[in-house]
Structure formats: structure tokens, C-alpha cells
Ligand binder design. Structure first.
Ligand SMILES: [Fe+2]
Length: 144
């Protein structure tokens, strides 16, 4: 699948570049096609996978609004939790349903490398993309 990255904010779109970046509002011209972005991260630092591949838990019985078809998608970055130090940290976690962007969680040094997305959705697949300031882009998918 084609992958487009916003040069302004680093957001990724799958399939086609959008008219405007849903995260920062930059125009379509700000997107570069880079289909191998995830493969590049893995190849640059193979031993880093355990600290970077998102671990996704889907709770089908939502804890916030029970009985309304919502799900909680809970994400931690890495089977071994990624460090969150000033020089090396996870900058953000993006959530997609069926390859359409939903929302972003920003992280800062000092918090845990984890986030939660509350979804009201009939989609079938959630994809999580994260960005490490040193080790780049990583992703994982789970069924909804
Ligand atoms: Fe990292």
C-alpha cells in the first residue's frame, strides 16, 4: 500500500495523500510518498523492534460508555517498554481504523510510552503507528 508522510508534522496517510493533513493542516504538496518507511526503521535497528512495535489490546466492552458499541484500544510501545528520556522518547502515537486516520496521542519525556484511544466504530481493523525521535516509524495492527 502507498504511504505518504507529511513533512510538516510527520503524520502518515495510507493509500492516497489527503488534500489537507488531518493533524497539522498542511497542503497535499507537503506529503512525500515513502512506501518503505516502516521497513527502513526495522532494517536500521533490528534489535530495536522489541522496544518499538506497538502492543495493542482491544477491549470490546468499553469502560467509558458501556453498551453503545464502543471499544477501548490500549497501546503500549514495546513488549519491553520504550524509554521516555529527554534525548530518546516516543513523540506520538497515531490511530487508524481500516487505514483511515482517527486521532493522535502526543507524548513527552517523563510519561510512560503508552496511550489509549476510545473508538465508536464499525470498522474491522485498527492500525497503530508510533514515532520515536531516534528510531523512526513503527506500526502494528489488531482486529476490532
Ligand atoms: Fe527508540
Amino acid at each position: 500500500m502507498s504511504i505518504f508522510i507529511c513533512r510538516v508534522c510527520g503524520h502518515i496517510e495510507f493509500g492516497v495523500a489527503p488534500e489537507r493533513c488531518p493533524v497539522c493542516g498542511a497542503s497535499k504538496k507537503s506529503f512525500d510518498q515513502k512506501d518503505s518507511i516502516f521497513i527502513e526503521s526495522e532494517e536500521k535497528s533490528k534489535e530495536a523492534a522489541v522496544k518499538h512495535i506497538p502492543a495493542i489490546t482491544v477491549n470490546k466492552e468499553c469502560g467509558l460508555i458501556p453498551g453503545q458499541g464502543c471499544v477501548d484500544v490500549i497501546v503500549r510501545i514495546g513488549e519491553t517498554l520504550h524509554p521516555m528520556e529527554a534525548a530518546h522518547f516516543i513523540q506520538w502515537i497515531d490511530c487508524y481504523v481500516d487505514d483511515h486516520y482517527v486521532s493522535r496521542v502526543y507524548l513527552t519525556p517523563g510519561v510512560y510510552a503508552a496511550g489509549c484511544f476510545h473508538l465508536k466504530t464499525t470498522g474491522s481493523k485498527v492500525r497503530i503507528v508510533e514515532n520515536c525521535n531516534i528510531h523512526g516509524y513503527w506500526q502494528a495492527e489488531a482486529n476490532l
